[in-house]
Design a protein around this ligand. Structure first.
Ligand SMILES: C[S@@+](CC[C@H](N)C(=O)[O-])C[C@H]1O[C@@H](n2cnc3c(N)ncnc32)[C@H](O)[C@@H]1O
Length: 238
C-alpha cells in the first residue's frame, strides 16, 4: 500500500515510520510513505505557497497550483508503484467526521491497489478551487480546529495501517472498540491486587464462557454509559 502526503512539514511524518505498529508494518513493507512539499513546486525565490484571502479576512490561504503539482507527482509515483487508482483526501475541520467503518473501508481499498494521497492544510485552509478539482473526500478527525492537517493525517494513517493485512493479528482488530458497534471493555494485567484494588474474580476463574459473557456485559455497560449513540446507531442499522 502506498500513502502519499502533501505537507509543508514532511519531517513530522517520520513519527509513523519510527514508532510502534506503523513502524513495524513499514519495515515489513506493508505500506510505503512518500511526502511531497508544496514549496518544492513554488516558482518564486521565496518559495511562496500561500497568499492573502480574496475578499479580505485574517490569515493566509494555501495556493492551488503548488498543491495540484504535488498531487500530480504523487499520482505518477503511485502509478509507477503499481497502484491502479488514487484516492485524494483533504484533512479539514469541515470534512466528514472520521469513523471506524470509513477507516476499514480505506484500508480495504488500499489493500486493493488504491493509493491514498492525504493533503494537509495550514493557515486558514486551502484554495477551494484545488479542493473541487482534485479532492475526492474531505475528512475531519473531530469537531475542533487543529493548526494543520498533519496530525489529522497521521491519525488517519495510523488507524488505516492497523487494518492492513499482516499489520496486526486479525483477532486484535476484530475485538477492538467499534468493531461490533460498541466500545471495548476494561482490561487488567498483573499484579492481581494493585494498591488495594483486586482484579475482577471472574478473570481469574479460568472459565472461558463466564469470562466471555462478563466481558460482553462490561463492554455493553461502558458503551451505554459513555457512548449511548453507538447503540442507537446499532438499532437504526438493523
Ligand atoms: C487552522 S486550520 C483551518 C481552519 C479553517 N479556517 C476552519 O475554520 O475550518 C488549518 C488546517 O488544519 C487542518 N485541520 C484543522 N482542524 C482539523 C480537523 N478537525 N480535522 C482534520 N484536519 C483539520 C486542515 O487541513 C486545515 O486546512
Amino acid at each position: 500500500m502506498q500513502i502519499d502526503v502533501v505537507s509543508l512539514f514532511p519531517p513530522m511524518f517520520s513519527v509513523l515510520t519510527q514508532y510502534g505498529i506503523s513502524r513495524r508494518a513499514h519495515e515489513l513493507g506493508t505500506w510505503q510513505l512518500n511526502c511531497w512539499d508544496p514549496r518544492s513546486f513554488a516558482t518564486d525565490v521565496h518559495r511562496t505557497v500561500d497568499d492573502r484571502p480574496f475578499g479580505g479576512g485574517p490569515g493566509m490561504v494555501l495556493m492551488a497550483e503548488p498543491l495540484a503539482q504535488c498531487v500530480e507527482a504523487a499520482r505518477r509515483s503511485q502509478q509507477a508503484g503499481g497502484c491502479e487508482r488514487t484516492h485524494v483526501i483533504a484533512l479539514s475541520a469541515s470534512g466528514v467526521p472520521l469513523v471506524d467503518a470509513r477507516v476499514r473501508a480505506l484500508a480495504a481499498a488500499a489493500a486493493g491497489r488504491t493509493g491514498l494521497v492525504l493533503v494537509c492544510g495550514r493557515y486558514e485552509g486551502i484554495d477551494q478551487r484545488f479542493v473541487e478539482a482534485f479532492v475526492d473526500e474531505e475528512i475531519s478527525i473531530g469537531d475542533f480546529v487543529l493548526s494543520g492537517g498533519e496530525i489529522a493525517a497521521m491519525a488517519l494513517i495510523d488507524a488505516v495501517v492497523r487494518h492492513l493485512p499482516g499489520a496486526l493479528k486479525a483477532e486484535s482488530v476484530q475485538e477492538e472498540s467499534f468493531a461490533d458497534g460498541r466500545l471495548d471493555g476494561p482490561q487488567f494485567t498483573r499484579p492481581e491486587t494493585w494498591r488495594g484494588r483486586a482484579v475482577p474474580a471472574v478473570l481469574l476463574s479460568g472459565n472461558h464462557g463466564h469470562i466471555a459473557r462478563w466481558r460482553e456485559e462490561q463492554a455493553l455497560a461502558r458503551t451505554r454509559r459513555l457512548r449511548p449513540d453507538l447503540l442507537q446507531e446499532d438499532v437504526r442499522s438493523k
